[in-house]
Design a protein around this ligand. Sequence first.
Ligand code: HSE
Length: 400
Amino acid sequence: MIKIAILGYGTIGSGVVEVLNTNSESIAKRAGDEIEVKYILDLRDFPGDPMEDKVIHDYDVIAKDPEVQVVVEAMGGVEPAYTFVKRALLAGKNVTTSNKALVAKHGAELIAIAREQSINFLFEASVGGGIPIIRPLNSSLTADEIEEITGILNGTTNYMLSKMTFEGLEFDDVLKDAQSRGYAEADPTADIEGYDACRKIAILTSLVCGQQVDFEDIYTEGITKITADDIKYAQVMGRVIKLLATSRKTEEGYCAMVAPFMLSQQHPLYSVNDVFNAIFVHGNVLGDAMFYGSGAGKLPTASAVVADIVDIAKHLHKNILISWSSGKMDLVDKRKVQSRFFVRAAEGQEQVKAVFSEAEFVEVPGITGETGFLTGVMTEEAFEEKAAALKDIRQRIRVV
Ligand code: HSE
């Protein structure tokens, strides 16, 4: 019997209990032993809940109980999750977490502690919810140099952009709709400003390059400035607007960015709609691979957490090597990154052509008093210099 403690009995924590109950037999077979929830740590009580008698309020009880072999961290946020997880690992307890903020900030240190202790710190659910991506990067794709990893890593914003595209709505209206459906939080900042996707691409890039990529170094732009008119331009061009989190290996080093992009129909992520997430990976020997599925939600995320528990059970007292050292990886300066841009400017076509000689103009029936155009490929720095020569740029969106 493997005894576990769950920290946090919210959406993910209760999902873990549900998954363990739903598939108890097959999980026990695959883990080679039964999994039993011994404690649930939460500030609240849950009268009437079948797990009521497992709920405790004092973390010390878990940290000091030698029977607990696995701690499931489902609290979210950096503190006190970090303190609790570190203490668990130092006490020789394996940990699985769904917490991207914790993994992005302290992943390297927690992985190192687990290695020293010959135990495991696993975090499959921290990126892409139920989509397997951490384990594939750490095991199935280890023959490759990963040259690109680009994902739609936030379900809320993908739902919002899909709704704007299919129904012609404005940002504020789709945000209200996403909140009423429970996709977006009451404070939606982390999703709509791209911070959530930023932490996830920081984790993926750290795994791909084997070093610490600080999320603070990743240029991040959200979707708050995307309008119904931008979507109309995209549609005229046969494109869609998606919030991409992307990192690429170039001769100069790794480039990473989170921003809205206009995608052509040929792009592998073009058809990923609604709350779904997808991650496109290009390896130097593999070529292309795609991972698609439910990137959030109670049961998909809990599925990934429980799969980590099974993996831990199969590797008790044996560390699964994860290559992610604390040595910091400096990203390529964003100004040197090459991009192509879609622009809406108040100036006429002649003035635009005088600055952007390669401009391809785009016209949308009903939108007047401005010039929409696509630039050629140039560095971000070169674009900013040219754009400064035009007085009134209303929008600019990168194009892939
Ligand atoms: N708010 C996140 C999303 C949840 O919308 O994808 C999963 O991290």
